[in-house]
Each structure stands twice: as C-alpha cells, then as structure tokens.
Design a protein around this ligand. Structure first.
Ligand code: 9MR
Length: 567
C-alpha cells in the first residue's frame, strides 16, 4: 500500500491534555484545489461540541502533502471525542469526508503515559526475575546474571568481573555505559526538576525496595548499581557487556545458554559518561533524603570523582572497535563529555580542587568549545553540562555568572527550535529523520521544557506539546510510536523480549525509533509504505532502523511527560 498522496487526519491518537493546545492536521495531496475545509468535534453520543474551519498550514516536502490545520483548544471538558472533517474541492464537490477514531481529552493523560514509560524500564531489567505480581503477563525468569564475566579477548586481561544488573539497552541484550549514561542522566534530570511528582518518581525519604515498579528513583537506582559495578579499581569504567555474535530473536534465558557474554572497554567516553551521571545521582539521591539514599549519594559522588580523575589521565582512550555482537557507540569527541562531567561535579563538590585552580574559567572554555544543541544525544552530551549550570542554585557570584550564561544559551536554543517548528508543516524542529528520530524529537521537547522551567514562557511548553503530539500519532505514518499507547501503536517492535515471550501484546511503554530516512535495514526487506523520506517507518520486526526501541529514546520522552505533569 502506498500511503502517500492520500487524505488523512493526523492527530494525537492518545489525546490531548485538558489545559493544553489541541491542534490536528489534515493531510492532502499537494495539487488539490480546496474551496472550503471544515471540522466538527463529536462526543461519544455523536453530538457536535465544537466546529471550525481548517486553515492552510503549508506544504510538506518529505511527504509531498499539503497540511491544513484544525484547532479545538477551546474544548477542555474531559471525555472521549472524535474529529470529523469535510473538504470541498473548487467545484464545490466533497473531496474528503472522514472521522477520526476516539481519543481523549483528560487531565491525567500525561501521567498515565508517564507511568507506562517508567514501567518499561522495569521491563528492560537484566539479571533479575520479573515476577507476575509486578510484570503481569510479561513475567519472566532471571537471565544474563553477568556476575562472573570474562574479559573479552581484545582486552588481554585475566580474571572475571561482576557486571550484574542494569537495563538492556534496546531490542538487543547488550548493556552499554555510554548509552545507559545519557539515559539515566536524562531521567535523573526529570527527578531533579520535578520533585513534586514524588508519588510517581520516588520522592522524599522513599525506601529503595526495587519492588515498586512505578517509582522512577527505584528504577534509576537499578541501573546505577550496575554502573557502580562497571568501574575498575583504577577509576576507569568498562564500556559494555557483549556476546560474541548478535543474539537471534530468542528469550533472555535461551540467549544465556547459547552464548557467553564478556566485558569490554574501558574508554574515555564511558568513564566520563559515568562521571557525569553519577555526580548527578549524588544530587538527586541526597535530595531524596533518608540514610540509605544519602549514603548511596556519597558513594556515587566518590565514584564519579575517581572516574573523572581517570579520564584526566587517560583523555584519549578510544571505544572498543568491536560490533560483532553489540553496537559500537563510537565517539571520537570527548570535549562534550568532559564538559558534562565537570559541570556536574562543579555543582556537587564542596572542595573544587579536583577541577583545577580556576574551575569557572575552565567551564567558560567548555561552553565556548561545546555550543548548546537543540537536543542532547548519546554522542553529543554537552547539553547535560549546559543544563546542569543553568539549574545550579548556588548563589556565589561565579556560579550565578555561569548560570546566566547557560540560561541565555538554552533560551536561544529554545527560540531556534520554535522557529524551525514554525517552518515545518508537521511542526517538527528536526530537519532530517535519522535513526531514532523520535528520541531526537523528544530531546528537543526536553530542551524547550528546561527553558520553560525558569522563563515560564508558555510558547516553550506549547511547542513541546506539539512535538509530543507527533510522537503519539500526529505524524505522516499515523502511528502512536509508544507500544500499548493507542490503537495504532507498534505491535512488532524490533525487540527480542517482545518477540520471544509468546505474548501477543508487546511490552507497553516502549518508544520505537520511528521514521528514519536512511533505512539501514533494506537488506532485511522491510515494506516501507512509500519511497518518500517522511514514510520511512514500518511496524515490522525486521526493521531495526525504524522499529527498534531503546532506553535513550524513551528516557527523554519519559522526562518530558514528567515535566508536563509537574511543571
Ligand atoms: O542509536 C544508535 C544510532 O545513533 C546509531 O546510528 C546506530 C548504529 O551505530 O546504533 C544505534 O544504537 C543501537 C546500539 O548500537 C545497539 N543497541 C541498539 C541501539 C538502537 O538501535
């Protein structure tokens, strides 16, 4: 089926927050002449509760469509609704008449999605049993204990290592510090910025039981305990846990029997990534209060500092160049990771001497070398440094000067995102659909909400919601990209557990990578719906380039939902 050049209603299939803007689009072939286009919003009984006209939004190059825009923001009564659309051609004949499926207007929509996304990290846990009590029909036995791993032969090192725990990275069974680090840091940022969502996030004095799948602080700690195990006695941090060959689509327990796993690394990026994430963990767990959290926070800070020192002495140790059984996460630029780690340590250390004689001058240099990006990524991590400085509450003149500079830069980035969104028919700020475009889109939303947190400029919040709408269905392929979120959600994600567990429904709350015009999986023969770049998505298991799920894509979406719930 070729889904291009057809009429279609593009809307958030889950729904719209009651107090938020409510915008949808109608996509049409580019050359169609339109005399009039109108919409009605119907409630469950079919009664019309609002009507309006569609306004031309613009042409979309990557889909060869023209989009018209409908806005029903005024409707804020919680309930279930449908959009009905009528388009008349220049001759007055009806060109298109259709209704959407039911969607919701609700006060707690974001919270519901947030809970599902947090829970999806629980489902990514390695090395522990997921009992039915918490995992329901997706219960599974413990596998991949990783507590007695040999060093991979490229390391030429005797002995074994305990790298137990942590989350699977994505649809594969690998565990990687670089990607785990940005994911955990993004989630920690949500905890730092949204203490008021304590019921969901963990909050004051919470007790880490590891048995409360809905507490984000619990879940993050599960990954952090694995991080701590990945630190070598000299302070350096191993890069990844990998088998020799990519696993087939088998259960974790079967993969365990079929292949040995090894530990591999260390590198400058993995070590700095660890340093940045664990310094932030210090802040968040210390603030959470309670003896256990405080002593955990102290451990994290000490480990972060040891890692940072190792990186200073080893500033150019490359990532292991081995992708036979796991991803590469190769990154030759370490300046951004240095900035991230330094900025985080700057906020946490009482004695700044490990950062040299002039830490502020160093951070100013870091800022000059690593400009803010529209969003962070596993490769470009400097935004985590910028955000750390922007949210620093230290009142010393030096810290305030850094904060002001960081805030100005982030606000400029937010303005740049807004202007990119204005020029795109789907209100996107990305200019190419890369591998994991949904993660990139969520990361842009995160930048907007960070700027919103102190400016309280509604334009930033509303623009972030426009990006969230894209993720949940208002996109060219009509898919709500989070498993279990809507009628259109992916059913065949490239995810080994989902495929092998014998359960029809995929694990809920997982964000797939989404539209990816590079289509690196063509040799697997996926059936993309059209040649056009904007239709580079297919809900098929083989499509690792568009339909895999990954923790670093889900983390920014989760953080954005937390911010929308609480900011
Ligand atoms: O997200 C990563 C993307 O930016 C890279 O282009 C791609 C190829 O190197 O790898 C992606 O990460 C994958 C990782 O290497 C292994 N686990 C699954 C990740 C998501 O596809």
């Amino acid at each position: 089926m070729d889904c291009k050049q057809e009429f279609s209603i593009r809307y958030n299939h889950v729904g719209y927050g009651a107090g938020f803007p409510k915008v949808f689009y109608v996509a049409m072939p580019m050359d169609v002449g339109v005399r009039e286009a109108t919409f009605r919003i119907l409630d469950v009984t079919g009664m019309v509760v609002q009507e309006g006209s569609l306004a031309r939004r613009g042409d979309c190059g990557y889909t060869e469509e023209t989009l018209f825009k409908g806005d029903f923001t005024a409707l804020s009564v919680p309930g279930k609704y449908k959009i009905a659309v009528q388009v008349l051609g220049t001759d007055g004949n009806t060109l298109y008449e259709a209704e959407s499926f039911l969607f919701e207007i609700s006060d707690n929509l974001f919270e519901r999605e947030l809970r599902a996304n947090i829970k999806s990290f629980y489902f990514q846990r390695t090395g522990v049993e997921l009992p039915a009590e918490f995992a329901g029909k997706w219960a599974r036995p413990a596998a991949h204990m990783d507590d007695n791993l040999e060093f991979h032969r490229i390391m030429d090192r005797e002995g074994t290592w305990n790298a137990h725990g942590g989350w699977y990275d994505a649809g594969d069974y690998g565990k990687y510090i670089v990607n785990g680090g940005v994911s955990v840091a993004t989630l920690l940022l949500a905890c730092e910025m949204c203490p008021s969502t304590a019921g969901i996030m963990g909050g004051n004095g919470f007790v880490p039981s590891f048995e409360q799948p809905c507490s984000l602080l619990d879940e993050i700690r599960f990954e952090l305990e694995f991080f701590l195990r990945m630190q070598d006695s000299d302070g350096g941090v191993f890069f990844k846990v990998t088998p020799d060959h990519w696993d087939g689509f088998v259960k974790p327990v079967d993969s365990d029997v079929m292949q040995k796993r090894y530990i591999m690394g260390k590198s400058t990026t993995s070590t700095l990534n660890f340093a940045g994430a664990l310094a932030q963990a210090h802040r968040v767990y210390k603030a959470a209060g309670g003896t256990d959290n405080e002593s955990f926070a102290t451990r994290c800070l000490a480990a972060s500092l040891r890692a940072y020192r190792w990186a200073l002495e080893n500033p150019a140790v490359e990532w292991p160049h081995n992708t036979e059984g796991s991803g590469g996460y190769g990154d030759e630029h370490v300046e951004d990771e240095f900035f991230w780690a330094r900025a985080m340590l700057y906020r946490e250390l009482t004695d700044l001497s490990p950062l040299g004689d002039a830490p502020e001058a160093l951070l100013m240099q870091d800022m000059a070398k690593n400009p803010v990006e529209a969003g962070l990524s596993w490769r470009d991590t400097q935004n985590l440094g910028w955000i750390a400085l922007a949210l620093n509450d230290d009142t010393s003149p030096a810290a305030v000067a850094l904060r002001e500079k960081a805030r100005d830069a982030i606000v400029n980035a937010a303005e740049a995102i807004l202007s990119l969104q204005r020029d795109d028919a789907y209100s996107l700020s990305i200019r190419k659909f890369m591998w994991g475009s949904n993660g990139e889109i969520a990361n842009h939303a995160l930048t907007l909400l960070v700027a919103y947190s102190w400016t309280h400029d509604r334009r930033y919040r509303d623009a972030a919601v426009e990006l969230v709408n894209f993720v949940y269905g208002r996109n060219p392929v009509n898919v709500s990209f989070v498993t279990g979120s809507a009628w259109s959600s992916p059913v065949f994600p490239h995810h080994r557990i989902c495929h092998s567990d014998g359960i029809v429904d995929p694990i809920p709350g997982l964000l797939v990578g989404g539209i990816n015009s590079d289509r690196q999986d063509m040799h697997r023969k996926p059936q993309y719906p059209s040649e056009l770049p904007g239709f580079s998505y297919t809900d098929e298991r083989c499509s690792f380039a568009s339909n895999e799920t990954a923790i670093n894509w889900n983390a920014p979406l989760t953080a954005v939902l937390a911010m929308l719930v609480s900011l």
